[in-house]
Design a protein around this ligand. Structure first.
Ligand code: GDP
Ligand code: MG
Length: 178
């Protein structure tokens, strides 16, 4: 029997880390250098075959212009079943904010079984030099365990690196919680 799942996935993290670029790359296969801060909440839909009997409708929610943890409303997080939390490898401050984003997420949304939603950590802009984060990147495995991430990936929206893999990892974990 054919199964169809609709999954709401949040893409969160500080301003300028590449959230919109990752969504655009994944959904529309495009990348632009031009910075355009999106205003309001935006979402993109990607429909794909997971396997021969499973269709996934993935709704990627872009927080767009409200990049302050604590500022996000429960309404926005409501019914999310997974999240991508993004930082920029060229700016350490965006990595320091990751646990705050994770806490904000976990305090505002849980699955029907009471568990936190699966979250994958994206170290974005891997095409650039990782100034200031060269000591943290090798420790990301333990960071993920400590902070409850199901995994992490070095991604580049610019060069289309690892975005599919990261989303695949998230979807696997979402399906495991179904
Ligand atoms: P957002 O505020 O998190 O949505 O970030 P944007 O997607 O608007 O990206 C902010 C800036 O970073 C833009 O100028 C993008 O072109 C740039 N950017 C995003 N992802 C990458 C990447 O993987 N590599 C590089 N070099 N630049 C990126
Ligand atoms: Mg944006």
């Amino acid at each position: 029997m054919q199964q169809e799942h609709l999954f709401k996935v949040l893409v969160i993290g500080d301003l300028g880390v590449g959230k919109t670029s990752i969504i655009k790359r994944y959904v529309h296969q495009i990348f632009s250098q031009h910075y355009r801060a999106t205003i309001g909440v935006d979402f993109a839909l990607k429909v794909f075959n997971w396997d021969s009997h499973t269709v996934i409708r993935l709704q990627l929610w872009d927080i767009a212009g409200q990049e302050r943890y604590g500022n996000m409303t429960r309404v926005y997080y409501r019914e999310a079943v997974g999240a991508l939390i993004v930082f920029d490898v060229t700016r350490a401050s965006t990595f320091d904010a990751v646990p705050k984003w994770k806490d904000d997420l976990d305090s505002k949304v849980t699955l029907s079984n009471g568990k936190t939603v699966p979250a994958v950590l994206l170290a974005n802009k891997s095409d650039q030099s990782r100034e200031g984060l060269s000591t943290q990147i090798p420790k990301l495995d333990s960071f993920c365990k400590e902070n409850g991430f199901v995994g992490w990936f070095e991604t580049s929206a610019k060069e289309n690196t690892n975005i599919e893999a990261a989303i695949r990892c998230l979807v696997e974990n979402i399906l495991a919680h179904e």
